[in-house]
Design a protein around this ligand. Structure first.
Ligand SMILES: [Zn+2]
Ligand SMILES: [Zn+2]
Length: 254
């Protein structure tokens, strides 16, 4: 399983970092995980034509995580060289089908083709969820402590390798539960302690998760401006785990 960081940034403009987006590849299948604005170009840089995606998974509906959904569905319609002949499966939290229906109402007929359409599978926001992804990866989810239908995502291979993505979340026992035994934890570190808005993690929260759940290694991502990245890395490393900051283009192989 290969997990490519397409976007390690946030909704704040940054020349070197796109908003949240990741590419999961296994057994020839390519699944987009989230995807804010600019994801089509960053997929192309990673050698992937967005029209060839086998599926998408969304952690939640905030624009920095799904802003490229409309452009991706639109690009799947075009190009006589590459007519799409199969549906585009999307897995996300409850409410996503209605969200997509509203987008389709804004762009009538433009977000599907003659021989395909996006097909949403919704997972629960009040308990565990599970879905089988293209490439034989199993997705397990638990609700996150955030808005917009947010889930924590755990990807498991049949060989027993696993990667957890926090999505956006405030402190969350569910994230601890999902991270237990994971090879890799990719987690947001959006804020400093005592953030007045809530709904995000600071380095102390992540250190606590690592202390209890003991993931094999940690990638920190989604830093908003003002977060002391070096301090965050030090705090998490002090728990005795390999940790680094995610960069656009990074590839995690497991
Ligand atoms: Zn969010
Ligand atoms: Zn976000």
């Amino acid at each position: 399983m290969r997990f490519t960081i397409l976007g390690s940034g946030t909704t704040i403009p940054d020349a070197g970092r796109g908003p949240a987006g990741f590419l999961l590849e296994r057994d020839g299948a390519r699944v987009l995980i989230d995807g804010g604005g600019g994801t089509i170009q960053r997929l192309a840089r990673a050698g992937v034509d967005a029209r060839d995606l086998d599926g998408g998974v969304y952690s939640h509906r905030h624009v920095d995580h799904c802003g490229e959904l409309v452009p991706i569905l639109f690009t799947m319609r075009v190009g006589a060289d590459k007519p799409r002949l199969r549906d585009y499966p999307i897995v996300a939290g409850a409410g996503f089908a209605e969200f997509l229906a509203q987008l389709k109402a804004v762009y009538p007929g433009w977000l599907e083709g003659r021989q395909w359409s996006p097909k949403v599978t919704e997972l629960p926001l009040d308990g565990p969820g599970e879905a089988r992804l293209p490439g034989g990866v199993t997705l397990r989810t638990l609700p996150a402590n955030h808005s917009a239908g947010a889930l924590h995502l755990r990807f498991e291979t049949p060989e027993g390798r696993s990667l957890v993505f926090s999505g956006d979340t405030g402190p969350s026992e569910n994230l601890v539960t999902l991270t237990r035994g994971a090879d890799v934890l990719v987690t947001e570190c959006a804020v400093e302690p005592n953030d007045p808005y809530g709904g995000h993690l600071c380095a102390e929260d992540i250190a606590q998760i690592v202390r209890v759940a003991r993931p094999g290694r940690v990638l920190l991502t989604h830093f908003y401006p003002g977060v002391d990245v070096e301090r965050a890395l030090r705090l998490v490393a002090a728990e005795g785990v390999e940790v680094r900051r995610a960069e656009d283009g990074d590839v995690v192989t497991l």
